[in-house]
Structures are given as structure tokens and as C-alpha cells.
Ligand binder design. Structure first.
Ligand SMILES: *Cc1c(COP(=O)(O)O)cnc(C)c1O
Length: 372
């Protein structure tokens, strides 16, 4: 699904020397590499504050802690995503409110989101799923009207650019009140272990969060709030500094591969290819995900695997049907899209090193199966 070794080969010297420098410096925690990476990512994203942390799940949790969300507060998020989002809502004693997604872009459905708002709703967590920006204009408008926080889960869309209705452009993660991301190795900007970050333009929130990630300390050994220990280590920061200058090219390589997949697969009556916007950069293809109609999806997976093609099912079970998150409040009639997508989606290999002949081979094997 990913070719981390191939990507490493191109930047091996810089990575190796940066890692060795950190080891020799002995500044393993909160060293200069972490601060430099933080600044470089702030510049890249156009946000005032980046607060590095240990992983993308912590980033979501810390963002919610920083906003002061309290037990009983309702937080709306998409039913069709990785479980981290709903997991941290539940862990903090908040009430998750899962809603259906849009069948075209797989992101939170705006009407479903509006319908889920109650007097207890405090925040919305849009997830820019598979690398494509959610409808942030609509989300920010609804949030403003109801006085809600917006926490962007940007784990899959770092580097994507969102173009608003008025033509202004912002990086995904720079739009909501606060955002989280993950540097898990297979993410668009991945390190060689775990890593994550929180972004915000709000000075006070940034200050609060900087304390939370460090045991609630604003002055050493004075604990003002309940915090956590969540840090990006200096070696990972050094690796991310080496990779950040390549992020735009990495995302372009993903977009090119997506275009080639789509050229080969679009127009087939049993296949729905993902939308590709030609005039914007709102999709950075963390995943290239097809919907297959009237096709035995699991047999297609088997066919591809038998031909040495890895593929992924993201995600096989909607969150509202997961044992941990089932709730009598949910009505199946409100989840028709996620229930359908869970049966139809299949993600093809997607990374920065895909060659044309690999794409041709993969698409030919997909077509061979669906044409059978
Ligand atoms: C990967 C991911 C996370 C969690 O990131 P980790 O660094 O693995 O904790 C959260 N949300 C989404 C949408 C993700 O894809």
C-alpha cells in the first residue's frame, strides 16, 4: 500500500546525518530540532501556532482538553472515519454524536450535522477523509451560528489547500478553531515512528495547550491544570524537518497517481472513482478509494491480493456499529450512506513512488475482475 523504503532512498543522506546529529547532541526531548520543525510547519501552514505532540490521537484529545470541553458536552463527528476521533471524545467523558457522510466526498454531511445539533452541542470535528477537505465554508458558518468549536482532524490531509467561496485559500487545518494531525509513517507527512501536532491561530488556546502537553505545567513543577505527557521526540522532528520541504512534491505525486488511476477506471458502470478537482488542491489523496457497485467487493480484494496487489478497506464497519460505540440513540435510517460505503469501498495502493507500469497493472487487474 505504501513504499516508505523507496521514499527514504531519495533523502537518505539528509535523514541519516540529521538523526546522527540529534544523537550526538543528546537533546533528545524538546531539543532545537523540535522548535525548528514547529516554526517551519507554522510557516508552511500559515498558522500562528503549531504544538508538536506524541501522535495524532493525542493531538485530538489535547485539542478537546484545551477547549475546556466538559463531561456531558456533545461533540459531533463523522460516522465514516478512523476510530481515533470518537475514541478520544468517549475517553474524555464527552458524548459522541456520530452523523452520516456525503456519498461524493465521504466527508461529514452538512444537513445531517445540522440536524444533530442540540443545546448540549459544543464542538464539531470534521475529518478531511482520505486527503480531501470537508466543506469548511458550510461547517464554519453553522458553527458560528450555533457558537460551536470546530476541531479539524487533519491527519489525512496535510498540505491540502481549501478554497473558500470568496476565493481565499487556506491550508487544511488552518481554518477551524484548532486542528490536529498525525505523522504516523504512512501519512502524507510521516516520520519514522509516532508523532503528531496541534495547530491554532488562537494565542490563549495555544498557551493552554502548550501546558497540557507537558503535565499541565506553565512553570516548571507548578501544575495548574491536569495535563498529559505527549511529546514529539527530537529524532522524529529531525526526520520531519528533512521531509517537510518535499511535502508539496509528495502530494503532487499522489495527485498524479490518482489522475492515472481515474483515467483508467472512470466511466465504468460498476466503479465510482473519487472526485478530482482540476482547479484546486483540496485533495491530497492520502488514499485513493473507489466505490464498487454490484461487485463482490471482498472477492475483488482476494483477486487483487492473489495477483500480489495490496489493497485496503477503509473502513469496513461504520463507527456507530462498532461494539465500543453502539448507542440506542442512533437510528439506522440516518446512516444509509456510511452503511453503504462500508460495503462498497476499496482503496488501491497510494504513495509517492508509484510507477506508471504499476498503475497499469493494478487497474488492469481491477478491470479484469469487474468485467468478469
Ligand atoms: C491516523 C489518524 C488518526 C490518529 O493518528 P495517530 O498518530 O495514529 O494516533 C486520527 N484521525 C485520523 C482520521 C487518522 O487517519
Amino acid at each position: 500500500m505504501v513504499d516508505l523504503k523507496g521514499q527514504y532512498e531519495f533523502i537518505k543522506e539528509r535523514i541519516n546525518s540529521s538523526v546522527i546529529e540529534v544523537i550526538e547532541s543528546t537533546a533528545y526531548i524538546n531539543g532545537p530540532e523540535v522548535h525548528a520543525f514547529q516554526k517551519e510547519l507554522e510557516d508552511y501552514l500559515g498558522v500562528k501556532h503549531v504544538i508538536p505532540c506524541a501522535n495524532g490521537t493525542d493531538a485530538l484529545q489535547i485539542a478537546m482538553m484545551g477547549l475546556g470541553l466538559k463531561s456531558g458536552d456533545e461533540v459531533i463527528t463523522a460516522d465514516f472515519t478512523f476510530a481515533a476521533t470518537v475514541e478520544v471524545i468517549a475517553l474524555l467523558g464527552l458524548t459522541p454524536v456520530l452523523v452520516d457522510v456525503d456519498p461524493i466526498n465521504f466527508n461529514i454531511d452538512i444537513e445531517a450535522m445540522k440536524a444533530a445539533i442540540t443545546p448540549k452541542t459544543k464542538a464539531i470535528v470534521p475529518v478531511h477523509l482520505f486527503g480531501q477537505c470537508a466543506d469548511m465554508d458550510a461547517i464554519m458558518e453553522v458553527a458560528k451560528e450555533h457558537d460551536l468549536f470546530v476541531i479539524e482532524d487533519n491527519a489525512q490531509a496535510i498540505g491540502a489547500t481549501y478554497t473558500s467561496k470568496d476565493g481565499s485559500k487556506q491550508k487544511a487545518g488552518a481554518i477551524g478553531h484548532v486542528a490536529s494531525t498525525s505523522f504516523f509513517p504512512s501519512k502524507n507527512l510521516g516520520c519514522y515512528g509516532d508523532g503528531g501536532a496541534i495547530f491554532t491561530n488562537d494565542d490563549d488556546l495555544a498557551h493552554t495547550i502548550r501546558g497540557i502537553v507537558n503535565h499541565g505545567m506553565y512553570k516548571r513543577y507548578y501544575h495548574d491544570v491536569v495535563g498529559v505527557n505527549s511529546r514529539l521526540d527530537s529524532i522524529q522532528a529531525a526526520i520531519l524537518r528533512a521531509k517537510l520541504p518535499h511535502l508539496d512534491n509528495y502530494n503532487k505525486a499522489r495527485q498524479d497517481a490518482a489522475r492515472k488511476y481515474t483515467a483508467a477506471l472512470s466511466g465504468h458502470e460498476n466503479i465510482i472513482t473519487p472526485t478530482i478537482c482540476e482547479n484546486c488542491d483540496c485533495h491530497v489523496f492520502h488514499q485513493y478509494t473507489l466505490r464498487v457497485l454490484n461487485v463482490d467487493r471482498d472477492a475483488l480484494v482476494k483477486h487483487l491480493n492473489e495477483n500480489d496487489i495490496p489493497c485496503g478497506i477503509y473502513y469496513p464497519v461504520p463507527l456507530h456499529l462498532q461494539k465500543a460505540y453502539r448507542d440506542d440513540r442512533y437510528d439506522e435510517a440516518n446512516f444509509t450512506v456510511t452503511n453503504q460505503l462500508a460495503k462498497e469501498v476499496i482503496s488501491l495502493p497510494m504513495h509517492t513512488e508509484l510507477e506508471d507500469d504499476q498503475i497499469e497493472y493494478i487497474t488492469s487487474k481491477v478491470l479484469e475482475f469487474v468485467n468478469k
